[in-house]
Design a protein around this ligand. Sequence first.
Ligand SMILES: [Zn+2]
Length: 426
Amino acid sequence: MSAPGHRPTLRGFVRIAALASLALPVACQAPVAVPGAGAPAPARAAILQERREWAFAGASPAVTIDNRFPGARVNRCEEVGPHDYRITITPENEPINPSPWYAFRIRADAPTDVTVRIVIATATTRPHPWTSADGRGWTRVPDADWTGRSGARECTLRLNVGPSAKWVASNRMVGNDAIGAWADATAARMGAVVRTIGTSRGGRPIRLFEFAAPGAPEDWVVVIGRQHPPEVSGSVGLMAFMDEATGASERARAFRAAFRVALVPVVNPDGVDEGQWRSTLGAVDANRDWGPFTQPEVRAVRDAILALRARPGARVWLALDFHATNKDILYLPREDERTFPPRFASQWAAAIQARFPDYVVESTGSHNVNEWTFKRWAFEELGVPGITYELGSATPDARIRRIVSGASDEAMRLLLQAKATAAPTR
Ligand SMILES: [Zn+2]
């Protein structure tokens, strides 16, 4: 096994990790029962919503609202007038990142117009709703039917509903089922090895997909996603990146002859299914746990990556983590961090910019440098470029796919180039 080109000192790591875990906020409610949990309940637990249906017959036709589907989130629902309902959304723990998520289903005995007032606790962000007739195809609600503005106590949504259920959510939904189906189909097409590397606190499998062509050396690119439940655009980006890397282009074929990819498409499946804003079921932000390692999901991914690196002749070259925020932006290693391969991150950002001159590639090396992110762990533990690839929550899927497919091609080009020039160390 060869060591990475640069291995920073980890002196003081354990002490700092202990302090960081002490400083974590404490959940303000009693732990909830978690299916499959045999051990005594830990001190921290996400506050789960009650899964139920609310039936309202105060006006004719009767209307029902429910949260009985994966990814739903409704904490309270009440009738405030004829065909006028208030939905309250609260986070799974506090304090929390202000990235609210809501999702519910609504139907009426006969076609009718309704008003739904959405009240979001804690955060000032008021995500613009989307609707769907089947939970798969989504349309953004027209501006005229939504009064949401930042910080408003109540935002109102006007909808026409009928006997067929209508899904309403704070973004288009791409959940565990959709991502799992895509990953399984991609794995089947490529002959990838699928392994369950651990189990979430809620009992859901954490799956790792090994894309390794016969005879490919143990040179690994690690790709992970969905540490943060609401970040749908990140999953769209992750799928586009992998679709290009597993595609038919000459570059992708050359890449697959030279590199393997370890993919964990969903690090936090509990958070996705429970419609959480940010955390695991342990009420911890997974992307602030790559140091304390308090969460089973994060430990499972860490251990799987370290096991890959421990294979004879193995080397990790790049670690990518897909997210979503209010715009497309790359969080790169700091300028002074000496990675292997050297300067990959800045070269990649420049290459994406050169490829898409009409698109502004934003990047920074100074984001969250003191937080226990995956990106930081990838650098400190593996010595490789750890990159957080953020896609805008409102960036259209077609644009995400176009840009990230190009970015994937550029990453493969640079990795092949780095390999051609790297010193043979093993
Ligand atoms: Zn995120």
